[in-house]
Design a protein around this ligand. Sequence first.
Ligand code: FAD
Length: 313
Amino acid sequence: MTDLQASTAPSLSYELYPPRNEAAAGSLVETIAALEATAPDYVSVTYNGSPARRRASVELIGHLIEHTRLRPLAHLTCVGESRASLDRLVNHLVALGVRGVLALRGDLPPGHDAVGPGELPFARYLVELIREVEARRSASLAAGRLAIGVAAYPTRHPESPSFQHDVEVLLAKERAGANFAITQIFFDAAEYAHLVAAARAAGVRIPIVPGIMPVNSVRRLTRLAELAGLAPDAALLARLERASTDAERRRIGIDHAAALAHEAFVAGAPGLHLYTFNDAVDSVAVVDQLGLTGAGTADAAGADFGDANALAS
Ligand code: FAD
């Protein structure tokens, strides 16, 4: 472990997305309860798609605040929003009780090679905007600063000219005010370790939390890899293809994710962020296998985003 990471227990967090229909909303309540039982430090909520999908993200955050003891990390994207709408949205989220935001550019709509007119071009500018809103609201933010997370890429971002360029972009996001980073999915812990080493060499000081997903089907693996612009892991793909039952495929996904997370911890990871795909079973199994316990719910009521800030300290 490096000095940056030695003093605190590993953080534990999960990603959720808003439900697409009534049935999914019902099972999401069960998913949330199962995740809450592991006391995560925070739960992040994705943000994209149509205006209705975006409203559903804000509603899910409202649900987490009102009905659970979980701390939400609200994803926000430059894509699909004007500067003014993002300003309003950040204010609204803060008024709801949100104290953590993941500042993203968002994926470009198919056929586009840049954000739309009036949209902030890169995540760095969203980080700056959030810090501006925070400065305006400082009197009402007695509990402390907002925790701002950003994305980091163990393998080159699909639009980026090089891996090193991505590292410079991460440094720019830190300088704009980001406190921590969460990685895109990866299939080889050496790629995570390489990113952390390159980032530290470039002067990045913020914690870089590995983002890992237990993958329990060939379809999900290929779709996920496509979305992230990666080749699917060949060994994992072969094991999933050979498996004959869902239970076997789940076990493969859990074991693979737990092994990857273990290797990332050995490489000095300050925490673990699990992409749950709104399915608690596999993610909780990974957490159990690793023997992790979160620190999230003991004093969550009305608390600020203390653990993400602790990550950054
Ligand atoms: P940026 O950091 O702005 O980088 C985008 C591209 O621009 C990169 O290629 C970068 O190299 C380049 N770039 C940045 N700054 C400059 C510059 N000054 N000059 C030239 N090039 C530059 N997407 C969603 O839509 N909703 C979500 O909820 C969501 N959640 C995510 C959660 C995590 C943990 C991660 C890792 C990704 C998530 N994404 C989400 C996907 C993300 O939006 C995409 O990967 C997107 O394409 C890039 O976002 P970014 O924040 O990394 O952008």
